[in-house]
Write a protein that binds this ligand. Structure first.
Ligand SMILES: Cc1ncc(COP(=O)(O)O)c(C=O)c1O
Length: 370
């Protein structure tokens, strides 16, 4: 009897690295600007934290309860400490939720197009993914709630992203509540456990609204947050899964001991305790988002409305999106592209960055047909 060939599991794909692009296009490394990863242009000034001493010192493991980090996050997100699980970025939270909720033969529902990791972590658990298309751009890429509820029957998980990457669309928490109510009442009627509904709020601070209060009524809700976007701290890799303690417990059991380092925990604690830092960043980016969208529109590009720190721009064809991407890369500006099979193959996603960096993008865009 021969063993079945191992099935190839999907993995996340980045755009090429800055070093690779510098070598390929003959550019100075420092001249390259990343418009592809939805990060912020400038890290907050936390030099005092880095210059101080760490408690416990770096020769020890961080405390297993991350009490300071969890305390700061509980205050910032207005939840109880026992509802918070600190993780190495939102991505670790997504992986742990999938591990706790899915196994071979499970079904996971995604509202597509959306962040690639939901499909990836689900398929890595050998779950089957049902992609429910979002409504079209004329309906602001909204959620098709009846279709999601239908697909969720018999599913173990539903993945939502609010605001949604890569469309920038946002569905109000009231609508997420409608979906949760329908999904949970279906499960009650059919006498089965309701699916876990994960709402990834990586960009929530840019819209200022959250689904978190819904956890009081819907125990299967898990919200995911991160320090990578509004807090401008993608390099420290800190995020959270937030849910009622009984929902969080199985997720916690999959985390490796101390997956968030002491330096990262200290920086995240400081940033969460100084809300003016993230608020300032959000305000600057919101102003730049309006300007970038207006200027791109003025030169004939077609950006969709966005509630996050990035803008999705549609081109006349996948070919013209690829040509535009190549023209931007030659100038050291890195857009996010979508594969040829992707429903957004004719789009590029552009991170909103500093005024000077956005100026470079706008100048470059002038010479590139949309
Ligand atoms: C929707 C969404 N979730 C999660 C992440 C990953 O966040 P983190 O850096 O916290 O792992 C990203 C990063 O782009 C994202 O867009």
């Amino acid at each position: 009897m021969s063993a079945a060939a191992p099935q190839k599991l999907p993995a996340y794909e980045w755009e090429p690295t800055t070093d690779f692009l510098a070598a390929r296009y003959g550019l100075a490394r420092e001249s390259i600007v990343r418009f592809d990863v939805n990060t912020s242009p400038l890290a907050p000034d936390l030099r005092d934290v880095l210059a101080g001493s760490f408690d416990p010192p770096l020769c020890e493991y961080p405390p297993s309860d991350y009490a300071s980090l969890v305390g700061a996050a509980a205050a910032a997100y207005e939840v109880m400490p026992q509802e918070l699980l600190p993780t190495a970025g939102a991505d670790e939270a997504l992986d742990l939720i999938a591990r706790a909720s899915l196994k071979e033969g499970s079904v996971a529902v995604v509202a597509a197009p959306t962040y690639a990791m939901y499909r990836i972590v689900s398929e890595q658990r050998r779950a089957r993914v049902i992609a429910v298309p979002r409504l079209g751009p004329e309906s602001a890429f909204g959620l098709d709630i009846p279709a999601l509820v239908e697909a969720a029957r018999g599913a173990q998980m539903v993945w939502l992203c609010e605001p949604n990457n890569p469309t920038g669309a946002f569905e109000a928490p009231e609508r997420i509540g409608e979906l949760l109510a329908a999904v949970e009442s279906d499960a009650l009627r059919d006498r089965r456990e309701a699916p876990v509904v994960a709402v990834d709020e990586a960009y929530a601070e840019f819209v200022g609204r959250t689904a978190l209060p819904l956890r009081r009524d819907y125990p299967r809700l898990v919200v995911v947050r991160t320090l990578s976007k509004a807090h401008a701290l993608a390099g420290i890799r800190v995020g959270f899964a937030i849910a009622r303690p009984e929902t969080l417990a199985p997720i916690l059991s999959f985390r490796a001991p101390a997956s968030v380092g002491t330096v990262s925990a200290a920086l995240a604690t400081a940033s969460l305790s100084r809300p003016e830092l993230a608020a300032g960043n959000v305000a600057r980016i919101a102003a730049q988002r309006v300007r970038l969208a207006d200027e791109l529109t003025a030169i004939g590009w077609r950006p969709y409305p966005s509630q996050a720190n990035f803008i999705l721009v549609r081109f006349t064809s996948a070919g013209s999106a690829a040509t535009a991407a190549e023209a931007l890369l030659r100038k050291g500006l890195v857009p996010r592209t979508f594969g040829i099979d992707h429903p957004l193959a004719d789009c590029l996603r552009l991170t909103v960055r500093s005024a000077e960096e956005n100026d470079r993008l706008i100048d470059a865009a002038r010479g590139i047909p949309a």
